[in-house]
Design a binder for this molecule. Sequence first.
Ligand code: GLU
Length: 508
Amino acid sequence: MTQTDNRIKETFLAGEKQVPRLRFAPSPTGFLHIGAFRTALFSWLYARHTGGQFILRIEDTDTARTVEGAVDDFINGLAWLGMDIDEGPVVGGLYGPYYQVQRKALYQQYASQLIASGHAYRCYCTPERLEAMRKAQEAQKLPPRYDRHCRYLTDEEHAANEAAGLPWTVRLAMPLDGETVVHDELHGDMVFKNSDLDDMVILKSNGLAPYHLAHLVDDHLMGITHVLRGEEWIPSAPRHVQLHKALGWEAPLYYHLPNVLGKDKKKLSKRRNAPSWSDYQKHGFLPEAVFNFLALLGWSYDDKTELFNREELIRVFTLDRIGVSSGIYDPDKLLWMNGVYIRQLSLDELVRRTLPYMERPEAEGGLPDNIQRPLNIEYTTRVLRLEHERLKTLGEAAHVVLFFFEEEISYDTALLIEKGMDASRAREALVHTRDLLANIQDWNHAIIEPLMRELVANLGLKKAGQLFGAVRTAVSGRTATPPLFEMMEVLGRDITMKRIEQAIVRLS
Ligand code: GLU
C-alpha cells in the first residue's frame, strides 16, 4: 500500500465511519448452492440500500480443503446474479488483500499481542494427546473440551518446550466462570456460561489462523459494520465476544440468519435439494428472477408482496424485516416466478436471451445438432412469440419449439384420432382440410380459422376438437401447442400441407 493509499484509507475511516460496510466471506472449500447466495444478497442489498459497501473476502485459511475453481465460481455467481463488488479479489480495494492466506502475518501479529497481554497462550499438546483426551471424554459421556493443560505450564516447562522446538498452536484463554452475553440484532441477547466454553485455537501450528481469529481481525481491519452470517455460528459467538474484549475492539453488529431449508424442512445441500447458480443458468432461469426469489428466503416486505425487481428491492430492503424463522426453498415457486419474469421480457429480449439456449449443442439441451445454426432470427421470433406466455425457463425452449424446426416429426398415429372419431373419419377430415387449405390465397391465421370452423360444421362433427385435434397432431406431433391457427401460419403453407399429407398416409 502506498502512502497515498494509507492516507485515503485513514480519511475514509475517520470521515465515513457511519457508512455500512458488509462482506460476503465464503470459504473456497466447495462450491456454493444457491441458498448460500441468499446471505450474500441480504448483505449486498443492505449495502446498496444505504449507499454502503459490499466486500468479497475469501476465507481460505483451511488450505488443505481448498477446492480449485471455487473462488471463480463465487465471483461468477455474484456477477450472474448482478451483485457487484466494491472491494475484493480482482477489483481490489484499500483494505486488501482480500484472500486470508495473504493476510497470515496479520493474524500472527494479533495472536502474539494476545499472548503478550495474557489473553492467549501457546499450546504444545500433540494431536495424539488431544485425540486420547477426546476419546476419554467421549467414554465418560463428557462434551469434548480442551483440558487447558498448557494454560498452566510453569515458566520452566514452557522454556523446555521451546528449547525442544515443539510445534505449538495458540489458544485463547477464556474466562473460567461467569457469563458471556452475545448480542444479536435478530435474536437479542443470548447468554452463555463461560464454564461451558473451552480455550479455542486461534492460531494453528502451521501459522495459519482458523476462522475465529481470522474473520474477526479482518472484520475489524476492514471496517465491517454489519455481519450477516449463518446461525451455525451462534455457538462460536461467545468466544468471538471474548476475543473482541481481549483485543479491545468494538464488535460489528451481528445478524445470525436462519438457515434456508428445503421443502422437506431439511437444511439445503447441493447433493440433495439445492442446485448451484450455474445449474440455474444452464436451465435458463433468469438471474433477475433468481435474485427476487432469493431475497424472499427469510426476508419479507409485508408478508404478501412477492414480485420485486432489483431497484425496488434496493429501495425497500431493511435488515429489520429479516425473519427469525427459516426461509423455505420452494423450487416450484422459483419456476413460477421465472415464468412471470419471462413474460415481462419484450419479444426481442426474449429472443436475444433464448437463442443461445436453442443454439447450444443438443447434448446440452439445445435443438438437434442437424438443425442449422445460427437460427433464422425472424422465424425464431415468430415461433417464440407463440410460446412466450407458456415458457417457464429459457432452457425448455428448444424442446417446446422443436417441431417448428425439425424436418420430420414423430408421433403416435393413434393421436390423430380424437374421441368419437375413427381412422377413416379422421382421414376424411384431414383430406377435406388439405383441399381447403390448398385453396387459401392469403396464408394467415385470421383467414384460416373461420374456414376451418366452417369445415367442422360441414363435416357434421360434434366438436371442433375432433378436427382441430387431428390437425394439431398432424402438424406438430403434439397434443399441447400454442393456438393452432397461429401455429399453422408460422409453420407456413408448405410444411403444414406436407405434414397433413403425411398424416393422411399414416391413416390410410
Ligand atoms: N467463511 C465462513 C463460511 O463460509 C464465513 C462465515 C461468516 O460470514 O462469517 O461459513
